[in-house]
Design a protein around this ligand. Structure first.
Ligand SMILES: [Zn+2]
Length: 193
């Protein structure tokens, strides 16, 4: 079950892990669960060795799994690939939590420091200690630095944190609802029979 994580998000995720071809592979895996590396290679016009490399990379991340089968006539081994949908959810949650931790550290840092800036676009904002070390001159352009208000940055980080928290909440709610949903569907199917 995909739990409100749409296919685009999963494809984006694959691109992040393995590049553009990984995105194409993921798209086809979602469309045709159980597709083989050779079929993917033919479909995408990508060398089968490259397809395998990407599949293994995605497998290492726990996003995919495979089933080993044998061709009836030749006994040739075939790998059928599937998107582990529960695993994708887990992967996204883990990564979101990592991002959340990083943002929270950043927020703490922004709140705890006074920043100084020369006003030149592209130059860095310096925390107080660094500004002091540089005698309140910008180490890049040499202009005097002035204290600046970082309230906007703080607000932006806070709103991003809220957004991620809401998303995580939605996913965990969807997980709970999912159980009920599946039962209801199978009940409907039974009554139809
Ligand atoms: Zn500067």
């Amino acid at each position: 079950m995909l739990l409100h994580i749409d296919e685009d998000t999963i494809i984006e995720l694959a691109v992040l892990v393995g590049g553009e071809n990984a995105g194409q592979i993921m798209k086809n895996l979602l469309k045709k669960p159980g597709i083989t590396d050779e079929e993917l290679s033919r479909l995408l016009q990508v060398d089968v060795r490259d397809v395998r490399k990407i599949l293994h990379k995605l497998n290492e991340q726990g996003i995919l799994h495979y089933e080993l089968a044998r061709e009836k006539d030749t006994g040739h081994r075939i790998f059928r690939w599937y998107v582990g949908q529960e695993q994708v959810t887990g992967f996204i949650i883990t990564n979101m939590k990592k991002i959340l931790e990083r943002l929270e550290d950043r927020l703490e840092y922004e709140r705890a420091h006074q920043f100084y800036w020369c006003g030149t676009r592209g130059c860095r904002k310096l925390p107080f200690e660094e500004a002091l070390d540089n005698l309140f001159k910008c180490p890049v352009c040499g202009k005097q630095v002035q204290p600046i208000d970082n309230e906007e940055t703080i607000k932006a980080i806070e709103s991003k944190i809220n957004e991620i928290n809401k998303y995580l909440e939605q996913i965990s709610k969807a997980k709970k609802v999912e159980g009920v949903h599946v039962k209801e569907i199978s009940k409907t199917l039974k009554t139809k029979k």
